[in-house]
Design a protein around this ligand. Structure first.
Ligand SMILES: Cc1ncc(COP(=O)(O)O)c(C=O)c1O
Length: 400
């Protein structure tokens, strides 16, 4: 079965990981490589993007404040905001690019607003210039760029992480580059960096050999599991049994859950892997973008498919399309051995029980996206033959 996502691991990545078992300070190696790639003065590595966000919120000293974010984003973002004793302020997104419009952000700003998390869903850049204009009169509101899905995205000719106080990245399996687990905060602010580094280095635990070993095994398992040869049984286990539920544990809908190692440093071997993946960014992004554009072009006229408006600077962490009768389409593709995905968080976030108390306003666009979103496989391990097969199979689908 063709998997929807697959980490781009190979022998050179394995060799980088193994080097990390001998070499020290993999985290610093990764930070240096990533700061260079992003052009930022500082990069701070964590086990998850959310660990970085949590540390940032702590350092900023926010308590009982509102943090503006899209109603359609990863559920772990509001989880962290609530866990840090603050409040998510959800803003509906635009159907055309899955992002908040600057005007909607401006309308949500209130006396309690501390920050805006500007998210670039699936690598579609939010209108950063518009956001800057909208927030011009609110000098105290901080912008944090959520680039978990936006490596390589740019808006008005500049990388999306250029604007604001800091930007967050994530490197879990399935992201544009992966260090198995991992996240990064980048910033040009010397003071913020120094404070965050001190807090991380003082309070985060060292991971220990067992965690490094487990994550190295996970590297090998995911390298093989997400290939066409092995993915059939994996997909069966995920869909039909509870065996792999632990992978989606942190997306729980009835309580706030954070990983047990939220405040643990990244194992050194994963740092070496991350640094090596960083050196491959250009090659990996180019392939994803090419594949995604091919689907958009070849399936443009297909009835029932609504492609997002292509824009300059979109880096396509995923290849999203809104499909009428989406679940029927997913079944059709799965029947032909192709996994087209939907989101783990298949809801407008304010509709999820744990976030209902924070709902304010109308979230019809986020709801519509969640119900119709289909994520086509676009990872760099796909062959030309795979892409042609996916297109041909999608063309054969007839809406009921
Ligand atoms: C948009 C977005 N923001 C933040 C995160 C959090 O990243 P992490 O899982 O590394 O904490 C994710 C994770 O997938 C995400 O998709």
């Amino acid at each position: 079965m063709i998997p929807r996502l697959s980490p781009s691991f190979g022998f050179s990545d394995l060799s980088a990981l193994l080097k990390g078992w001998i070499g020290k300070d993999g985290g610093e190696v990764f930070e240096a490589a990533f700061a260079e790639y992003t052009g930022k003065r500082h990069a701070l590595v964590f086990s998850y993007g959310r660990s970085g966000l949590y540390t940032l919120i702590k350092v900023m000293g926010w308590h009982d404040r509102e943090i503006i974010m899209p109603a359609f984003t990863c559920a772990v973002v509001p989880n962290v905001v609530i866990a840090s004793h603050n409040k998510p302020r959800f803003v509906d997104v635009e159907v055309r690019d899955f992002n908040m419009s600057p005007r909607a952000v401006g309308a949500a700003v209130g006396r309690e607003t501390a920050a805006v998390i500007a998210t670039h869903m699936y690598g579609f850049p939010m209108d950063i210039v518009g956001l800057g204009k909208e927030l011009k009169k609110h000098k105290n509101i901080v912008v944090i760029q959520d680039c978990a899905l936006a490596l390589g995205s740019y808006s008005a000719g500049a990388p999306v992480w250029d604007m604001g106080l800091a930007a967050l990245f994530s490197f879990s399996i399935g992201k544009q580059i992966s260090s198995v687990e991992g996240g990064m905060i980048v910033t040009d602010d010397d003071h913020l960096y120094a404070e965050m580094k001190t807090l991380r280095d003082r309070t985060f635990q060292n991971p220990g050999m067992v965690r490094a070993f487990k994550q190295s095994v996970f590297f090998l398992a995911s390298w093989f599991a997400f290939t066409s040869w092995f993915y059939g049984p994996v997909h069966f286990l995920a869909e039909r049994t509870a065996a792999l539920n632990f992978l989606a544990d942190y997306y729980s809908q009835d309580r706030i859950r954070l990983p047990d190692n939220l405040m643990e440093k990244l194992p050194s071997c994963l740092g070496y892997l991350g640094a090596y993946q960083t050196s491959r960014i250009k090659e990996l992004l180019t392939k994803r973008i090419d594949i995604s554009r091919t689907y958009g072009r070849e399936l443009k006229e297909k009835p029932g498919f609504h492609w997002p408006v292509p824009q300059e600077g979109t880096s396509y962490s995923h290849c999203p399309c809104l499909v009428d009768d989406r679940d029927n389409f997913l079944d059709h593709m799965a029947h032909h051995g192709i996994e087209v995905g939907k989101e783990v968080f298949d809801y407008a976030l304010p509709d999820i029980p744990v976030f209902v108390p924070y709902a304010q306003g109308v979230y019809s666009n986020a709801r519509e996206i969640a119900h119709r979103l289909a994520l086509f496989p676009n990872h760099p391990r796909l062959t030309q033959g795979d892409v042609e097969r996916i297109i041909a199979t999608a063309r054969k689908w007839r809406t009921t």
